[in-house]
Design a protein around this ligand. Structure first.
Ligand SMILES: [Zn+2]
Length: 226
């Protein structure tokens, strides 16, 4: 977690950074064994970040690697995954791909990006009813439906997911994806879940509520007139 902008991973509220809400404890492997330590490996440590949410009182714990052996490696200890829980009206297969992509984020960012790509394909097929042999053609079919900036990002996500899905023939071309990069793709999937599924559902609900209200009022009028 970024100490300058803390958010509760359980309830999503922002958490102020002070002594009783956020702590960082450092663990050095070589601190009492100086004869093993060289300049280089003395900087290797893990930092355990603990955050206590004042709103829901749940404790989030991240373990962060620092130094040459495991730089920037983050393990989410509690909760294990940062995946959001989505409602049932989003198909199960789409939610499963999304949750798996989150679960594997730090272990294999490349596999995570591939799952994000599959999740995106599932969303385009289910939400827009567009189904073609290749994802590139499915995204192309969306060009008159979504705004140009979304279309560009959809293409970028497709290409990044390709890195894991289709290994390069030339071994020198292999590009790796970092956990924070794969996380960006998941953030974009979350944005689409919101913009597509949740907004459609909420809009439909609002319209239905107004129709129900109108029906209710008409019935009241009728019963008063009779
Ligand atoms: Zn909370």
């Amino acid at each position: 977690m970024d100490p300058s902008k803390l958010f509760c991973l359980f309830c999503g509220c922002s958490v102020p950074n002070h002594n009783d809400t956020f702590r960082e404890d450092e663990h050095y492997f070589l601190i009492r064994r100086p004869h093993f330590a060289s300049e280089e490996n003395f900087s290797d440590k893990i930092t355990i970040q603990t955050m206590n949410c004042p709103n829901c009182h749940k404790v989030s714990i991240d373990i962060v690697g620092v130094g040459s052996q495991f730089p920037n490696r983050i393990t989410h200890f509690n909760p294990i995954s940062l995946a959001k829980a989505y409602p049932d009206y989003i198909p199960q297969t789409i939610r499963s791909d999304y949750e798996e992509a989150h679960a594997i984020l730090n272990l294999s960012p490349k596999a995570s990006a591939t799952l994000s790509r599959r999740c995106l394909q599932g969303m385009i097929r289910d939400f827009w009813g567009i189904s073609k042999a290749r994802l590139v053609d499915e995204i192309d079919a969306l060009k008159d439906i979504v705004d140009p900036s979304t279309k560009k990002v959809l293409d970028a996500l497709r290409k990044l997911g390709n890195i894991g899905a289709h290994p390069e023939k030339d071994i020198n071309l292999i590009v790796d994806i970092e956990p924070n990069e794969a996380h960006l793709l998941l953030k974009f999937i979350e944005l689409l879940m919101q913009k597509w599924y949740i907004e459609r559902h909420d809009n439909k609900q609002l319209l239905q509520d107004i129709l129900d209200l109108d029906k209710d009022k008409q019935n009241q009028r009728r019963s008063k007139n009779s």
